[in-house]
Design a protein around this ligand. Structure first.
Ligand SMILES: *Cc1c(COP(=O)(O)O)cnc(C)c1O
Length: 430
Protein backbone atom coordinates (compact mmCIF):
# COMPACT_ATOMS: atom_id res chain seq x y z
CA UNK A 1 0.00 0.00 0.00
CA UNK A 2 1.34 3.42 -0.97
CA UNK A 3 0.96 6.50 1.25
CA UNK A 4 3.04 9.05 -0.70
CA UNK A 5 0.26 11.60 -1.10
CA UNK A 6 -0.76 11.29 2.56
CA UNK A 7 2.88 11.84 3.46
CA UNK A 8 3.08 15.02 1.33
CA UNK A 9 -0.25 16.29 2.67
CA UNK A 10 0.95 15.77 6.24
CA UNK A 11 4.21 17.61 5.60
CA UNK A 12 2.26 20.59 4.28
CA UNK A 13 -0.26 20.46 7.15
CA UNK A 14 2.54 20.38 9.72
CA UNK A 15 3.84 23.73 8.44
CA UNK A 16 0.42 25.33 8.83
CA UNK A 17 -1.42 23.57 11.68
CA UNK A 18 0.06 22.61 15.09
CA UNK A 19 1.18 18.99 14.69
CA UNK A 20 -0.53 18.93 11.29
CA UNK A 21 -3.97 18.08 12.73
CA UNK A 22 -7.00 19.88 14.14
CA UNK A 23 -7.49 17.32 16.93
CA UNK A 24 -4.61 15.39 18.50
CA UNK A 25 -6.12 11.88 18.34
CA UNK A 26 -5.82 12.04 14.54
CA UNK A 27 -2.02 12.33 14.55
CA UNK A 28 -1.19 8.62 15.09
CA UNK A 29 1.01 9.72 18.02
CA UNK A 30 0.19 6.61 20.05
CA UNK A 31 1.15 4.19 17.25
CA UNK A 32 4.06 6.10 15.65
CA UNK A 33 4.14 7.14 11.98
CA UNK A 34 2.10 9.64 10.01
CA UNK A 35 -1.67 9.99 9.66
CA UNK A 36 -3.54 8.99 6.51
CA UNK A 37 -5.32 11.83 4.68
CA UNK A 38 -8.80 11.06 3.38
CA UNK A 39 -10.86 12.69 0.69
CA UNK A 40 -14.04 10.62 0.43
CA UNK A 41 -16.21 8.24 2.42
CA UNK A 42 -19.17 6.07 1.46
CA UNK A 43 -21.11 3.63 3.64
CA UNK A 44 -18.65 1.54 5.65
CA UNK A 45 -15.61 2.65 3.64
CA UNK A 46 -13.01 5.43 3.66
CA UNK A 47 -10.93 6.37 0.60
CA UNK A 48 -7.54 8.04 1.14
CA UNK A 49 -5.74 10.52 -1.09
CA UNK A 50 -3.50 7.75 -2.50
CA UNK A 51 -6.51 5.77 -3.74
CA UNK A 52 -6.52 3.14 -0.97
CA UNK A 53 -9.80 1.93 0.47
CA UNK A 54 -10.38 0.93 4.11
CA UNK A 55 -13.23 -0.62 6.10
CA UNK A 56 -13.87 2.12 8.65
CA UNK A 57 -14.19 1.24 12.34
CA UNK A 58 -13.49 4.78 13.58
CA UNK A 59 -16.72 6.30 12.28
CA UNK A 60 -15.39 9.81 12.88
CA UNK A 61 -14.91 8.69 16.55
CA UNK A 62 -18.56 7.85 17.02
CA UNK A 63 -21.00 10.02 15.05
CA UNK A 64 -21.26 7.88 11.88
CA UNK A 65 -23.52 5.17 13.29
CA UNK A 66 -25.35 4.97 9.94
CA UNK A 67 -22.09 4.89 7.99
CA UNK A 68 -21.00 7.67 5.65
CA UNK A 69 -23.36 9.56 3.36
CA UNK A 70 -26.49 7.76 4.45
CA UNK A 71 -29.10 8.78 1.82
CA UNK A 72 -31.60 10.10 4.40
CA UNK A 73 -28.94 12.31 5.99
CA UNK A 74 -27.60 13.59 2.67
CA UNK A 75 -31.12 14.45 1.52
CA UNK A 76 -31.97 16.27 4.77
CA UNK A 77 -28.77 18.34 4.72
CA UNK A 78 -29.24 19.26 1.05
CA UNK A 79 -32.80 20.36 1.73
CA UNK A 80 -31.66 22.49 4.69
CA UNK A 81 -28.82 23.97 2.62
CA UNK A 82 -31.33 25.17 0.03
CA UNK A 83 -33.14 27.16 2.75
CA UNK A 84 -30.13 28.91 4.33
CA UNK A 85 -27.20 27.92 6.53
CA UNK A 86 -27.68 30.04 9.66
CA UNK A 87 -30.27 32.52 10.93
CA UNK A 88 -29.16 33.23 14.50
CA UNK A 89 -32.85 33.00 15.32
CA UNK A 90 -35.19 30.17 16.36
CA UNK A 91 -36.25 27.46 13.88
CA UNK A 92 -38.83 24.69 14.19
CA UNK A 93 -36.15 22.09 13.43
CA UNK A 94 -34.53 22.78 16.81
CA UNK A 95 -37.73 21.74 18.59
CA UNK A 96 -37.94 18.67 16.35
CA UNK A 97 -34.44 17.53 17.36
CA UNK A 98 -35.20 18.40 21.01
CA UNK A 99 -38.42 16.35 20.82
CA UNK A 100 -36.55 13.31 19.44
CA UNK A 101 -34.02 13.58 22.31
CA UNK A 102 -36.68 14.09 24.99
CA UNK A 103 -38.67 11.10 23.70
CA UNK A 104 -35.59 8.86 23.66
CA UNK A 105 -33.48 9.74 26.70
CA UNK A 106 -35.18 8.95 30.05
CA UNK A 107 -33.58 11.78 32.07
CA UNK A 108 -34.24 14.57 29.58
CA UNK A 109 -37.34 16.77 29.83
CA UNK A 110 -35.73 19.88 28.38
CA UNK A 111 -32.57 20.18 26.32
CA UNK A 112 -30.25 22.96 25.10
CA UNK A 113 -28.38 22.47 21.80
CA UNK A 114 -24.71 23.50 21.56
CA UNK A 115 -21.94 22.86 19.00
CA UNK A 116 -19.76 20.13 20.52
CA UNK A 117 -19.49 17.62 23.33
CA UNK A 118 -16.99 19.87 25.06
CA UNK A 119 -19.48 22.73 25.11
CA UNK A 120 -22.12 20.37 26.47
CA UNK A 121 -20.02 19.18 29.42
CA UNK A 122 -18.66 22.68 30.19
CA UNK A 123 -22.24 23.99 30.27
CA UNK A 124 -23.49 21.06 32.36
CA UNK A 125 -20.78 21.70 34.97
CA UNK A 126 -21.63 25.41 35.12
CA UNK A 127 -25.31 24.54 35.44
CA UNK A 128 -24.63 22.04 38.26
CA UNK A 129 -22.59 24.62 40.17
CA UNK A 130 -25.14 27.36 39.49
CA UNK A 131 -28.08 25.22 40.55
CA UNK A 132 -26.49 23.86 43.75
CA UNK A 133 -24.35 26.84 44.78
CA UNK A 134 -21.51 24.36 45.40
CA UNK A 135 -18.06 24.22 43.78
CA UNK A 136 -16.68 20.69 43.86
CA UNK A 137 -16.90 18.26 40.96
CA UNK A 138 -16.12 14.55 41.13
CA UNK A 139 -14.80 12.83 38.02
CA UNK A 140 -13.21 9.45 37.35
CA UNK A 141 -9.74 8.67 36.06
CA UNK A 142 -9.77 7.66 32.41
CA UNK A 143 -13.12 9.35 31.71
CA UNK A 144 -12.89 12.06 29.05
CA UNK A 145 -15.35 14.93 29.00
CA UNK A 146 -13.90 17.10 26.26
CA UNK A 147 -11.24 19.76 26.80
CA UNK A 148 -13.02 21.66 29.58
CA UNK A 149 -10.28 23.15 31.81
CA UNK A 150 -11.73 21.87 35.08
CA UNK A 151 -12.20 18.37 33.63
CA UNK A 152 -8.77 18.02 32.00
CA UNK A 153 -7.57 15.97 34.94
CA UNK A 154 -6.83 12.26 34.51
CA UNK A 155 -8.74 12.46 31.23
CA UNK A 156 -8.10 9.11 29.61
CA UNK A 157 -5.56 8.77 26.85
CA UNK A 158 -3.80 11.99 27.89
CA UNK A 159 -1.21 11.86 30.69
CA UNK A 160 -2.94 11.10 33.96
CA UNK A 161 -1.65 11.98 37.40
CA UNK A 162 -3.93 12.43 40.35
CA UNK A 163 -5.11 16.03 41.00
CA UNK A 164 -2.54 17.53 38.64
CA UNK A 165 -3.94 19.07 35.43
CA UNK A 166 -3.17 17.07 32.26
CA UNK A 167 -2.27 20.17 30.31
CA UNK A 168 -0.11 23.26 30.72
CA UNK A 169 -2.45 26.24 30.68
CA UNK A 170 -4.86 24.64 33.12
CA UNK A 171 -4.10 26.30 36.45
CA UNK A 172 -4.16 24.52 39.79
CA UNK A 173 -6.81 27.08 40.74
CA UNK A 174 -9.04 25.76 37.97
CA UNK A 175 -8.57 22.10 38.80
CA UNK A 176 -8.52 22.39 42.60
CA UNK A 177 -12.29 21.90 42.85
CA UNK A 178 -12.08 18.72 40.77
CA UNK A 179 -11.75 15.47 42.69
CA UNK A 180 -10.55 12.43 40.75
CA UNK A 181 -11.45 8.91 41.85
CA UNK A 182 -10.87 5.49 40.27
CA UNK A 183 -13.69 4.23 38.02
CA UNK A 184 -15.87 1.32 39.14
CA UNK A 185 -14.63 1.70 42.75
CA UNK A 186 -17.77 2.14 44.85
CA UNK A 187 -16.11 2.36 48.28
CA UNK A 188 -14.00 5.41 47.45
CA UNK A 189 -17.09 7.35 46.35
CA UNK A 190 -18.94 6.33 49.52
CA UNK A 191 -16.00 7.53 51.65
CA UNK A 192 -15.74 10.83 49.79
CA UNK A 193 -19.43 11.62 50.17
CA UNK A 194 -19.33 10.75 53.87
CA UNK A 195 -16.55 13.28 54.32
CA UNK A 196 -17.72 16.16 52.09
CA UNK A 197 -20.99 15.25 50.40
CA UNK A 198 -22.54 18.66 51.19
CA UNK A 199 -19.82 20.46 49.22
CA UNK A 200 -20.12 18.45 46.01
CA UNK A 201 -22.00 20.11 43.14
CA UNK A 202 -21.85 17.19 40.73
CA UNK A 203 -20.52 13.79 39.88
CA UNK A 204 -19.78 13.40 36.17
CA UNK A 205 -19.04 10.07 34.52
CA UNK A 206 -19.20 8.17 31.26
CA UNK A 207 -21.66 5.35 32.15
CA UNK A 208 -19.94 3.31 29.45
CA UNK A 209 -16.41 4.65 29.07
CA UNK A 210 -15.08 4.94 25.54
CA UNK A 211 -12.05 7.07 26.25
CA UNK A 212 -9.77 4.56 27.99
CA UNK A 213 -10.90 1.98 25.49
CA UNK A 214 -14.37 0.54 26.01
CA UNK A 215 -14.94 -0.05 29.74
CA UNK A 216 -18.57 -0.42 30.85
CA UNK A 217 -19.48 0.91 34.28
CA UNK A 218 -20.79 -1.81 36.58
CA UNK A 219 -24.49 -1.54 37.55
CA UNK A 220 -23.50 -1.55 41.27
CA UNK A 221 -21.10 1.38 40.80
CA UNK A 222 -23.54 3.48 38.77
CA UNK A 223 -26.44 2.68 41.09
CA UNK A 224 -24.35 3.83 44.05
CA UNK A 225 -23.52 7.11 42.25
CA UNK A 226 -27.25 7.66 41.77
CA UNK A 227 -28.08 6.96 45.43
CA UNK A 228 -25.23 9.03 46.91
CA UNK A 229 -25.81 12.11 44.75
CA UNK A 230 -29.54 11.99 45.44
CA UNK A 231 -28.99 11.65 49.17
CA UNK A 232 -26.49 14.53 49.34
CA UNK A 233 -28.25 16.94 46.95
CA UNK A 234 -25.51 16.72 44.30
CA UNK A 235 -26.23 16.51 40.58
CA UNK A 236 -25.43 13.30 38.71
CA UNK A 237 -24.25 14.00 35.16
CA UNK A 238 -24.05 11.11 32.70
CA UNK A 239 -21.73 12.12 29.89
CA UNK A 240 -23.36 10.23 27.03
CA UNK A 241 -21.65 12.20 24.25
CA UNK A 242 -20.34 8.86 22.99
CA UNK A 243 -22.76 6.31 24.44
CA UNK A 244 -25.96 8.29 23.71
CA UNK A 245 -27.88 6.73 20.80
CA UNK A 246 -24.91 4.33 20.49
CA UNK A 247 -25.27 1.57 23.09
CA UNK A 248 -29.08 1.89 22.84
CA UNK A 249 -31.47 4.44 21.34
CA UNK A 250 -31.99 5.94 24.81
CA UNK A 251 -28.29 5.67 25.70
CA UNK A 252 -26.59 3.78 28.52
CA UNK A 253 -29.17 5.11 31.01
CA UNK A 254 -31.99 3.30 29.21
CA UNK A 255 -29.95 0.05 29.09
CA UNK A 256 -29.18 0.32 32.80
CA UNK A 257 -32.46 1.77 34.05
CA UNK A 258 -30.55 4.47 35.96
CA UNK A 259 -31.78 8.03 35.48
CA UNK A 260 -29.21 10.82 36.03
CA UNK A 261 -30.16 14.46 36.68
CA UNK A 262 -28.35 15.85 33.65
CA UNK A 263 -27.19 14.16 30.45
CA UNK A 264 -24.68 15.45 27.91
CA UNK A 265 -24.90 14.38 24.28
CA UNK A 266 -22.99 14.97 21.04
CA UNK A 267 -21.53 12.87 18.22
CA UNK A 268 -24.50 10.83 16.90
CA UNK A 269 -27.11 13.57 17.49
CA UNK A 270 -25.27 15.67 14.88
CA UNK A 271 -25.17 12.93 12.25
CA UNK A 272 -21.59 13.93 11.32
CA UNK A 273 -22.04 17.69 11.69
CA UNK A 274 -21.00 19.66 14.79
CA UNK A 275 -23.65 19.35 17.53
CA UNK A 276 -23.73 18.84 21.28
CA UNK A 277 -26.54 19.02 23.81
CA UNK A 278 -27.21 19.01 27.52
CA UNK A 279 -30.53 18.19 29.05
CA UNK A 280 -32.28 17.06 32.19
CA UNK A 281 -35.31 17.63 34.37
CA UNK A 282 -37.19 20.84 33.50
CA UNK A 283 -36.67 22.19 37.02
CA UNK A 284 -32.86 21.96 36.61
CA UNK A 285 -32.73 23.09 32.97
CA UNK A 286 -34.81 26.17 33.79
CA UNK A 287 -31.76 27.56 35.63
CA UNK A 288 -30.28 28.24 32.17
CA UNK A 289 -30.51 31.76 30.64
CA UNK A 290 -32.98 33.21 29.63
CA UNK A 291 -35.27 30.95 31.72
CA UNK A 292 -32.88 31.35 34.66
CA UNK A 293 -29.60 33.05 35.60
CA UNK A 294 -26.92 30.53 34.48
CA UNK A 295 -25.25 31.95 31.35
CA UNK A 296 -24.78 29.86 28.21
CA UNK A 297 -25.00 30.97 24.55
CA UNK A 298 -23.83 30.14 21.02
CA UNK A 299 -23.85 32.04 17.71
CA UNK A 300 -24.27 28.85 15.66
CA UNK A 301 -26.15 26.74 18.23
CA UNK A 302 -29.09 24.88 16.67
CA UNK A 303 -27.49 25.40 13.26
CA UNK A 304 -29.90 24.35 10.48
CA UNK A 305 -27.52 21.97 8.65
CA UNK A 306 -26.36 20.24 11.83
CA UNK A 307 -29.88 20.02 13.17
CA UNK A 308 -31.15 18.51 9.89
CA UNK A 309 -28.40 15.85 9.92
CA UNK A 310 -29.20 15.02 13.54
CA UNK A 311 -32.95 14.73 13.00
CA UNK A 312 -32.48 12.49 9.96
CA UNK A 313 -30.03 10.25 11.82
CA UNK A 314 -32.22 9.83 14.90
CA UNK A 315 -35.32 9.10 12.80
CA UNK A 316 -33.55 6.31 10.92
CA UNK A 317 -32.28 4.86 14.21
CA UNK A 318 -35.73 5.07 15.79
CA UNK A 319 -37.66 3.61 12.85
CA UNK A 320 -35.36 0.72 11.85
CA UNK A 321 -33.93 -2.45 13.40
CA UNK A 322 -30.57 -0.65 13.68
CA UNK A 323 -29.69 -1.74 17.24
CA UNK A 324 -30.47 -5.42 16.66
CA UNK A 325 -28.29 -5.40 13.55
CA UNK A 326 -25.49 -3.50 15.31
CA UNK A 327 -25.56 -6.01 18.17
CA UNK A 328 -25.33 -8.99 15.86
CA UNK A 329 -22.50 -7.48 13.76
CA UNK A 330 -20.64 -6.43 16.90
CA UNK A 331 -20.95 -9.86 18.52
CA UNK A 332 -19.67 -11.40 15.28
CA UNK A 333 -16.67 -9.02 15.29
CA UNK A 334 -15.90 -9.52 19.00
CA UNK A 335 -16.08 -13.32 18.67
CA UNK A 336 -13.92 -13.29 15.56
CA UNK A 337 -11.25 -11.05 17.10
CA UNK A 338 -11.22 -13.09 20.28
CA UNK A 339 -10.85 -16.41 18.41
CA UNK A 340 -8.07 -14.94 16.26
CA UNK A 341 -6.18 -13.79 19.37
CA UNK A 342 -6.62 -17.19 21.02
CA UNK A 343 -5.28 -18.93 17.89
CA UNK A 344 -2.25 -16.63 17.89
CA UNK A 345 -1.72 -17.22 21.62
CA UNK A 346 -1.92 -13.50 22.39
CA UNK A 347 -3.06 -12.30 25.83
CA UNK A 348 -6.17 -10.21 25.33
CA UNK A 349 -9.55 -9.17 26.66
CA UNK A 350 -12.44 -7.46 24.89
CA UNK A 351 -14.42 -4.60 26.41
CA UNK A 352 -17.74 -4.17 24.62
CA UNK A 353 -21.14 -2.54 25.02
CA UNK A 354 -23.29 -2.89 21.90
CA UNK A 355 -21.45 -1.48 18.89
CA UNK A 356 -18.56 0.09 20.78
CA UNK A 357 -15.63 -2.15 21.72
CA UNK A 358 -11.89 -2.43 22.34
CA UNK A 359 -9.50 -5.33 21.94
CA UNK A 360 -7.15 -4.80 24.89
CA UNK A 361 -3.72 -6.44 24.77
CA UNK A 362 -3.88 -7.63 28.36
CA UNK A 363 -4.92 -10.95 29.88
CA UNK A 364 -7.50 -9.79 32.46
CA UNK A 365 -10.64 -7.64 32.08
CA UNK A 366 -10.06 -3.88 32.16
CA UNK A 367 -12.27 -2.10 34.72
CA UNK A 368 -10.40 1.17 35.34
CA UNK A 369 -7.62 3.42 34.08
CA UNK A 370 -4.86 1.81 36.16
CA UNK A 371 -5.76 -1.51 34.56
CA UNK A 372 -5.98 -0.03 31.07
CA UNK A 373 -2.48 1.42 31.41
CA UNK A 374 -1.07 -2.10 31.86
CA UNK A 375 -1.95 -3.05 28.27
CA UNK A 376 0.83 -3.88 25.82
CA UNK A 377 0.68 -0.65 23.80
CA UNK A 378 3.68 -1.68 21.65
CA UNK A 379 1.77 -4.73 20.51
CA UNK A 380 -1.27 -2.53 19.92
CA UNK A 381 0.76 -0.26 17.61
CA UNK A 382 1.98 -3.25 15.58
CA UNK A 383 -1.59 -4.56 15.35
CA UNK A 384 -2.87 -1.15 14.19
CA UNK A 385 -0.34 -0.95 11.32
CA UNK A 386 -0.78 -4.60 10.33
CA UNK A 387 -4.53 -3.98 9.96
CA UNK A 388 -4.10 -0.67 8.15
CA UNK A 389 -1.90 -2.36 5.54
CA UNK A 390 -4.72 -4.87 5.07
CA UNK A 391 -7.32 -2.16 4.44
CA UNK A 392 -8.86 -1.96 7.91
CA UNK A 393 -8.96 1.47 9.59
CA UNK A 394 -9.09 1.08 13.38
CA UNK A 395 -8.72 3.77 16.10
CA UNK A 396 -5.02 4.65 16.42
CA UNK A 397 -4.80 4.15 20.19
CA UNK A 398 -5.28 1.29 22.63
CA UNK A 399 -7.33 3.72 24.69
CA UNK A 400 -10.08 4.42 22.14
CA UNK A 401 -13.16 2.40 21.27
CA UNK A 402 -13.91 1.13 17.76
CA UNK A 403 -17.40 1.56 16.32
CA UNK A 404 -19.54 -0.68 14.13
CA UNK A 405 -22.08 1.06 11.89
CA UNK A 406 -25.31 -0.05 10.22
CA UNK A 407 -23.46 0.31 6.89
CA UNK A 408 -21.23 -2.65 7.79
CA UNK A 409 -22.46 -6.04 6.53
CA UNK A 410 -21.50 -9.50 7.82
CA UNK A 411 -19.04 -9.88 4.90
CA UNK A 412 -17.18 -6.71 5.99
CA UNK A 413 -16.88 -8.15 9.48
CA UNK A 414 -15.73 -11.54 8.14
CA UNK A 415 -13.08 -9.85 5.97
CA UNK A 416 -11.94 -7.82 9.00
CA UNK A 417 -11.66 -10.97 11.12
CA UNK A 418 -9.58 -12.61 8.36
CA UNK A 419 -7.29 -9.55 8.30
CA UNK A 420 -7.10 -9.65 12.10
CA UNK A 421 -6.14 -13.34 12.04
CA UNK A 422 -3.27 -12.61 9.63
CA UNK A 423 -2.22 -9.52 11.61
CA UNK A 424 -2.24 -11.31 14.97
CA UNK A 425 -0.34 -14.30 13.56
CA UNK A 426 2.38 -11.81 12.55
CA UNK A 427 2.56 -10.45 16.13
CA UNK A 428 2.45 -13.81 17.81
CA UNK A 429 5.49 -14.94 19.79
CA UNK A 430 4.42 -18.56 19.38
C1 LIG B 1 -16.10 12.98 22.32
C2 LIG B 1 -16.46 13.16 23.75
C3 LIG B 1 -16.56 14.44 24.34
C4 LIG B 1 -16.13 15.68 23.62
O1 LIG B 1 -16.91 15.95 22.48
P1 LIG B 1 -16.32 16.95 21.37
O2 LIG B 1 -17.45 17.09 20.39
O3 LIG B 1 -15.11 16.28 20.81
O4 LIG B 1 -15.98 18.23 22.05
C5 LIG B 1 -17.02 14.53 25.63
N1 LIG B 1 -17.37 13.43 26.33
C6 LIG B 1 -17.29 12.21 25.80
C7 LIG B 1 -17.72 11.02 26.62
C8 LIG B 1 -16.82 12.02 24.50
O5 LIG B 1 -16.70 10.79 24.01
Amino acid sequence: MKHDKSQAAFERARRLIPGGVNSPARAFGAVGGNPIFFHRAEGAFLHDVDGNRYVDFVGSWGPMILGHRHPAVVEAVEAALARGTSFGAPTEAESELAQLIVDAVPSVEKVRLVNSGTEATASAIRLARGATGRARIVKFAGNYHGHVDSLLVAAGSSAATLAVPDSPGVTLGTSKDTIVLPYNDTQQVVDLFQEQGDRIAAVICEPVVGNMGCVPGTPEFLTMLRQLTMHHGAILIFDEVMSGFRVAYGGAQSRLGIVPDVTTLGKIIGGGLPVGAYGGRAEIMDHVLPAGPVFQAGTLSGNPLATAAGIATLRVLRDSDAYARLESLSAQLADGLSRAAVEAGIAHTIGRCGSMMTLFFKGEPVVNWDGAKQCDTKRFAAWFWALLERGVYMPCSQFEALFVSTAHVPDDVEATVAAARAALAELSDK
